[in-house]
Design a protein around this ligand. Structure first.
Ligand code: SF4
Ligand code: SF4
Length: 337
């Protein structure tokens, strides 16, 4: 019998050859979450035409091996052809996840079969309406949980993303019980980033400090794993002796926006410093001072972009030395049941 007290977090190292394509089909959304990371000034307001999506899927596909495709927005289910896009992606050997806010427009559950989709992911930022709705909008908890229940009952594999901030961290410990009740298989705990609304003054600083994060997140992950849920959460802080690695160098991640910008680092998405642009269905390397120039820089703090963009995350001792280093935002820890 497994001793649950021994459940420990495992760092998920970047796997050579693993390819993750985060494709934003559109930037429009029916919600306006307080911490929304979408920035229409940088990424436009276009909804990608289906034929363009097909071309871009071919551009990033590697027929010799499976790649991970995450379809997102905005709200991706607002795209009227999402079902056809999912099928086109599966035909190109992508493992496909749809990240939805839970509204599931255009009857997605009726137009796609569970076998055609690897994961349907829902976003919820609290264990009840009283916590979730002030962050994501009035009535959102009820709609999202009802659609999640329906998806589970139809046989879809589901995951849930919770973005942790000062607004909900005190309630995070109640999420595992809700996930069990809903039948969710995977739980992604996410750290709030300084992007979109959080960066442009649309929201106050909602970031959680190191002590608060470490006190709550690993224990909540352990509780969820005890209940049989596979949990993933960002590493955020490196322990002494742990090595630093930048996903921009060590992994193949592409964050693709409907205006054709392609980033390798999500922290850079608020700035026109993308590594590539899609032009005439070709991936064109951008010249000049772009994000990829920063990936090679080595600094004691760890992640260069974090130091430049989110320096409040760093703590120094009176002698000027670092209290801790910051990991790549793409480095995850996981706890499995
Ligand atoms: S965070 Fe997601 S669901 Fe919320 S407003 Fe932004 S795109 Fe929509
Ligand atoms: S978050 Fe930092 S370490 Fe990770 S890809 Fe971006 S620049 Fe590199």
């Amino acid at each position: 019998m497994q001793n649950f007290n021994e459940l420990i977090a495992r760092t998920v190292d970047f796997k050579p050859g693993e390819r993750n394509v985060f494709l934003h089909l559109l930037t429009q959304c029916n919600l306006s979450c307080r911490h929304c990371y979408i920035n229409p000034t940088q990424h436009g307001t276009t909804m990608l035409p289906t034929e363009t999506v097909r071309q871009w899927l071919r551009l990033f596909a590697r027929p010799e091996r499976e790649s991970n495709l995450i379809l997102l927005g905005g709200e991706p289910t607002l795209h009227p052809d999402l079902a056809a896009i999912i099928r086109a992606a599966k035909a190109l050997r992508y493992a496909v996840t749809v990240d939805s806010n839970g509204f599931l427009f255009h009857d997605l559950l009726k137009r796609v079969r569970p076998v055609e989709l690897d994961f349907l992911s829902f976003s919820l930022d609290g264990p009840d309406a009283a916590v979730n709705d002030p962050i994501r909008g009035k009535g959102v908890f009820a709609v999202c949980t009802e659609n999640l229940r329906q998806a589970v009952s139809l046989g879809f594999r589901t995951s849930l993303i919770c973005t942790v901030s000062a607004l909900n961290i005190d309630h995070l410990h109640r999420m595992p019980a809700l996930l069990t009740q809903l039948g969710v298989q995977r739980f992604f705990i996410q750290v709030i980033g300084l992007r979109g609304n959080s960066a442009t003054g649309g929201a106050e600083n909602l970031q959680v400090d190191r002590a608060g994060w470490l006190e709550v997140v690993p224990e909540t992950a352990r509780q969820a794993a005890r209940l049989g849920i596979h949990v993933t959460y960002p590493k955020v802080f490196l322990e002494p002796g742990e090595s630093f690695s930048c996903a921009g160098l060590a992994a193949e991640n592409y964050f693709v926006f409907p205006n054709g910008r392609v980033y390798r680092c999500p922290l850079c998405e608020d700035y026109p410093i993308h590594s590539f642009c899609i032009e005439n269905s070709e991936l064109v390397q951008q010249q000049g001072l772009n994000e990829d120039r920063f990936f090679n820089l080595s600094i004691p703090e760890g992640c260069v972009m974090n130091k430049l963009l989110q320096s409040d995350n760093l703590d120094y001792l009176p002698d000027g030395s670092l209290k801790h280093r910051i990991s790549c935002c793409m480095l995850k820890q996981e706890m499995r049941p």
